[in-house]
Write a protein that binds this ligand. Sequence first.
Ligand SMILES: Cc1cc2nc3c(=O)[nH]c(=O)nc-3n(C[C@H](O)[C@H](O)[C@H](O)COP(=O)(O)O)c2cc1C
Length: 411
Amino acid sequence: MSRYKILYQISGSISAYKSAIIISKLVQSGCEVQVVATPAALKFIGTATLEGLTGKPVLSDMFESGQLMDHINLIKWADLVLLAPATANTINRLSQGLADDLIGALFLAHDWSKPYLLAPAMNTKMYTHPATQASLNKLQEWGVKVLPTADGYLACGDEGQGKLLDPVHIIKAIMQALPDQPGKRVLITSGGTREAIDDVRFVSNISTGRTGAALADTFVRVGYPVTFLHGAQSKIPELACETVPYSSSQNLEDELKKVLSARDFEVVIHLAAVSDYIPEKLEVDQEVYVLPLTDKLPSHSDSLSIRFRQNDKLLHKIRGFSKNNAIKLVAFKLTSGADETQQKQAVVKLFQNSSCDLVVANDMQDRRLDQQASFHLYDSIDTTTPISAARVEDLAESLINNLFKNQEINS
Ligand SMILES: Cc1cc2nc3c(=O)[nH]c(=O)nc-3n(C[C@H](O)[C@H](O)[C@H](O)COP(=O)(O)O)c2cc1C
């Protein structure tokens, strides 16, 4: 399995505890993480936590015996360097080119062919101070990717800019900045589309995105790079992968096209519940409007009617979008109250009407809130004997065996 090497630097902010969340997700996603922390950072988060999470001693002292050349060697080792949280002090010191601590020396020795990400965290006044802003601008000019801060409640009791960006967004930025991971890329579409009626209302479906997110986590855990397209409110994976949000079915189609035409993917697992019908026209008080409306529809009329048009089947277009002609396509078929024979008939019909290689069938009756669903995996070559899986993790394992059988993972 291919493992990214992340040099994770922490400086002395109250938000340093959040680095444990980020590091934990990176490690679970198969990354190797080496922590460098300033002495001030170690007043906020303990070496036991950091060493426990990474399995490596925390480096802090440039003159530590046995590690004297770390300020050069770590740069050669790392695929990406992250400073999160970055204090005002460290930011201003880096912009002056000071190298009397490990983080400063590592910065000057940085190899700029590798990404250097920095996530500031401080009180609003410290953040907006001209000294800090000038330093951030200078660092950006030198090639540092400075992440935005979040707005919100700060530990000092103030509200405003300067809060450390949410760990989920930091992980997303890391995934975007890393070079393409070698190995067999998997694209998963998940969640449900939203078809707008006006600027506050939409038509959607009950898809939660939980199955897709759990599948993505299993693929990431065993070493496959995953790109995850998800609906507005749907669940996103716990582990680090590239995530791309979408809203309507047209927006999902556009994003899918963009992603699939830019890079080679080995597999597309299309779980997204795409609206079969799109709201097209609205009739109210003898007036007909083309949808979606740009403003909010007034709510004073006794009744109104909406006409829907049938949507195109996105599944049929996926192969055409793909840079890799030999892409493997997995579709999902959700039935409602179908027995085994009816489910099989629905699957056979889907194979006949589409060019997918595998179909995962499940029925509404089997859906459980706790995600314990009964999945039946059908192969286009033999539709008589599906493989059944009770849990999403078992389904992921069957998919991996089927899609990559006789192939070494990430060879
Ligand atoms: C409770 C507490 C919280 C702090 N939080 C922050 C912070 O979020 N951001 C910041 O820039 N400095 C913060 N500081 C100040 C830094 O810890 C201080 O400037 C320190 O010298 C930074 O050292 P370093 O940049 O080498 O880690 C805080 C200090 C204390 C006592």
